[in-house]
Design a protein. Structure first.
Length: 98
């Protein structure tokens, strides 16, 4: 079985970069920790995509343990599409049209 690929929606990739910049302005260490947490979340989702709870519109949600962000994704065969990296306390559901 080929490995599962992960693709970020362009807006989700922009959300990661925006969050990284925000943390970097406050602490380079926090920015690095955020990116490390994102990398870990992608690997966890890739390793067991069905493990994380169903969310809305056929998506699933992985909540970052150390940061107030959720990785919202959908599984499409051997592909995982990250549709949003959403702050947990802002604009719920804004990403649903993606």
């Amino acid at each position: 079985m080929p490995p599962i690929k992960v693709r970020f929606h362009p807006a989700a990739a922009a959300e990661v970069e925006t969050a990284r910049q925000w943390y970097a302005e406050r602490s380079p260490l926090a920015a690095r920790a955020f990116l490390a947490e994102m990398d870990l979340s992608v690997e966890r989702v890739r390793g067991a995509p069905q493990r994380w709870p169903r969310y809305v519109k056929r998506t699933r949600r992985y909540m970052l343990p150390r940061f107030p962000f959720s990785v919202i994704y959908r599984v499409q065969g051997q592909m995982i599409e990250v549709v949003a990296v959403a702050h947990q306390r802002r604009k719920p559901g804004y990403w649903q049209s993606r």
